[in-house]
Design a protein around this ligand. Sequence first.
Ligand code: FES
Length: 101
Amino acid sequence: MEKPKYHICVCASFRAGGDPKGVCHKKGSSGFLSYIENEILERGLDAQVTSTGCMKACDYGPVMVVYPEGHWYGNVDSETAIDDILDALEGGGPAAQYLIA
Ligand code: FES
């Protein structure tokens, strides 16, 4: 198995019981997964996107994390925000306006 260069984790607010209960889910984070998938393909990025449980940064939701950079982004609530983050990834740096850690 080949590992992707980038791993994009999108908080879908899952709790231990499996239910999505949290800020990110309520703000539509799960709805962005297919948009991110399409952008990855269109941009030719070597990246994989995964939905996750709560990342314990709910105050900043929706939250998205990009590895191996370790960039934590908050308030990722639009396709524009995702575009900005992916543009920055392609450019080799963070999208500073969304960084929370
Ligand atoms: S629900 Fe997304 S960080 Fe908690």
